[in-house]
Design a protein around this ligand. Structure first.
Ligand SMILES: *Cc1c(COP(=O)(O)O)cnc(C)c1O
Length: 627
């Protein structure tokens, strides 16, 4: 599908070019070597998820990120490949690192000890890569002390040293120093009794220069994005192209100045265009009076200072230029548009340029011929845990309104349907599984009543060490119980029945087979049974099986018995058995959710309905057995 781009400025990410670059770079790997795709800083501004997916398909053994946040985001986006955090992590981040199954670089015994404790507590093994400083003198343990650290860390429980690595300071242009770093690292690796699974040193430039041949992993960053850091002409293609449009065309006369501080003065008369990007978009201020942009196949100089939101370009040589013509600021189209060239104009870094470009712009992903999809402007995928409950509610309701193109219907659906799940904004959503409800009607000693025995079984996450079973004499009182989060089971006494505690008996209430203690409290029109047990404390936040068995008297004149599904439920089975004298019973169902017409089965004096185990039923469902 082709999307018409309506943005003032935008970034195109050519995924085919990225794939081609990887193919080319893989040619430099030695037998037995694989690569880690570096996707830190949102894959140098290219989009970490999209880049990671292609790299994995191309055989990447690992992904490298800078910190917890970046790794977490990839996990939330569904990336399952191993992810290594390259920069030093903080002890405050450990819990989440474990939770999101990230590996991390380690260079410090105190930190490793804290990490090991957390691993043991969580009953997990954390994969770590020991980070050696072989001369860059940034992060990492100094190579001379690395062996001692290796031994100490090896002895800690809960940690697996999956890798050892180091980083080149200047693989691009200093072969003597790189060889020194290489030999220090090699010496360490050779001294190990057994090398860990991953041994890695080279970045892009290290790979291209053929360093670290003894390693089995290479960390690929900048070159995979088509930026050269060495002089070799490898045929790498820029992956990112930053574009904008001509938004206004004007003329200048000899002697006119253009822009802030009058830093450009016209020598002759001519035409110039306004392009709506500036340093706030990541177009560097230092490109003032230096860079060139591509319009209609012609390279045009940037004249005057780069402003926050605009630049001015001399278009005197292209009289055919019109407002809304495309302007290429960086990327493909001309050698002078390559990031490494543009960065060299102000002695800047191509790495930085890629990371900062298109800060405000929407990113479009494309293959050879088509735009595939785009990423949101904010450059930050939606992470629901970043938001509080009330903010989330706002987002959900405005998303609905937007999707339905009607604030009114959106609001209505939000209020009427979602509230059934969320009730009040701070209430957790509970759900039940394998819900089995058996009702048996029998003759009782009281002539006007049936004895109704009900057995209810279901699985659910326990959220407290106690809960309430409630019996109400009126639907108003029942309504109050529906809103209460501590009530597990509610019963509405038939209204003609005088409210008496003996009409509602709790035979047994169990959680995972534990017989709970009960305490009865009754008042005007209600009966509450508090169920608890000290053993429940340990089961909180675990899925447990509830079993509730009751005995009640039910008027023969009522002619109906209702069961309501009050929580989101997966897999429902409700059966109703009745005595001989009831010759005919009908089940009237009102079900919403995946199964709207649960099949009804009949057997001897028994009627049953059942949904399959994996079908969700919504809490506005129920069945009425009419007799
Ligand atoms: C960023 C980074 C890389 C990638 O370097 P390039 O020069 O972009 O290939 C490799 N290793 C580490 C530790 C890094 O931080």
């Amino acid at each position: 599908m082709k999307i018409a781009i309506e943005e003032r400025s935008w970034v195109e990410i050519d995924l085919t070019a990225f794939q081609d670059n990887l193919q080319l770079l893989k040619g430099y790997l030695r037998p037995g070597q694989s690569f880690m795709q570096i996707v830190k800083a949102d894959a140098y501004g290219h989009g970490a998820k999209e880049i990671a997916e292609i790299a994995i398909a191309q055989g990447a053994a690992y992904l490298g990120v800078a910190n917890l946040e970046e790794g977490k985001l990839l996990r939330i986006q569904g990336i399952q490949a191993p992810i290594l955090i390259l920069s030093p992590s903080l002890s405050t981040e450990i819990k989440q690192i474990i939770h999101y199954d990230l590996s991390l670089g380690v260079a410090d015994l105190d930190f490793a000890t804290v990490l090991a404790k957390a691993a043991v507590k969580a009953n997990k093994t954390i994969k770590i890569h020991l980070n050696l400083d072989t001369g860059m003198h940034r992060s990492g343990i100094c190579f001379e002390e690395a062996m001692a650290l290796y031994d100490e860390v090896s002895a800690l429980p809960g940690l697996e040293i999956e890798g050892v690595f180091s980083h080149f300071a200047s693989a691009e242009n200093d072969s003597d120093f790189s060889r020194l770093q290489e030999s220090r690292f090699a010496e360490f690796v050779q001294a190990l009794e057994a090398a860990p699974r991953f041994v890695h040193l080279s970045n892009s430039a290290g790979l291209i220069h053929g360093y670290a041949a003894f390693c089995n992993l290479v960390r690929l960053g900048i070159s995979s994005f088509g930026v050269k850091t060495t002089d070799e002409e490898l045929g790498l293609k820029p992956v990112m192209t930053f574009k904008s449009t001509l938004s206004q065309i004007k003329e200048f006369k000899a002697g006119d100045s253009v822009g802030y501080q009058r830093q450009w003065i016209a020598k002759t008369s001519g035409r110039y265009g306004i392009v709506p990007v500036g340093y706030a978009d990541g177009y560097d201020f230092l490109l003032s009076n230096k860079a060139m942009v591509l319009i209609n196949g012609c390279m045009c100089p940037v004249i005057g200072r780069v402003s926050m939101d605009m630049i001015t370009v001399d278009i005197s040589q292209i009289p055919e230029a019109r407002i809304s013509d495309e302007v290429v600021l960086l990327g493909k189209g001309d050698e002078a548009l390559r990031a490494e060239h543009i960065a060299s104009l102000y002695q800047g870094s191509a790495y930085e340029l890629l990371c900062q470009v298109g800060r405000r712009a929407r990113r479009y992903y494309r293959d050879k011929a088509h735009i595939l999809h785009s990423s949101p402007l904010a450059r930050r995928d939606f992470v629901s845990s970043d938001f509080g409950d009330s903010k989330l509610s706002q987002i959900i309701s405005s998303a609905l309104a937007q999707r339905l193109d009607s604030p009114e219907i959106g609001e209505l659906i939000y209020r009427e349907i979602l509230r059934t799940f969320f009730y009040n904004k701070d209430r957790d959503v509970h759900y039940r599984k394998n819900f089995r409800h058996e009702i048996r009607f029998d003759k009782s000693d009281a002539p006007a009543y049936y004895r109704a025995e009900t057995t209810l079984r279901y699985k659910k996450v326990l959220n407290a060490d106690h809960f309430v079973i409630a019996c109400a004499a009126s639907s108003d009182i029942l309504q109050g119980y529906i809103l209460r989060t501590d009530v597990e089971y509610r019963w509405l006494l038939d209204s003609d029945k005088q409210f008496k505690a003996e009409n509602f008996q709790l035979n047994a209430v169990k959680v995972n087979g534990i017989d709970l203690k009960t305490k009865i409290k009754s008042g005007d029109g209600y009966l509450e049974i508090l169920c608890s047990h000290p053993k429940l404390q340990k089961l909180i936040n675990r899925e447990v099986e509830f079993e509730i068995n009751t005995n009640t008297l039910y008027p023969t004149t009522s002619h109906q018995f209702s069961v309501f599904i009050t929580e989101l439920t997966r897999g429902v089975e409700i059966s109703f058995s009745y005595p001989q004298q009831l010759s005919h019973v009908e089940a009237v169902t009102v079900f919403s959710g995946q199964q709207k017409n649960p099949p009804i089965q009949r057997a001897d004096h028994r009627i049953m309905l059942k949904t399959s185990e994996d079908e969700w039923v919504f809490p506005i469902s129920g069945v009425v057995f009419c007799y």
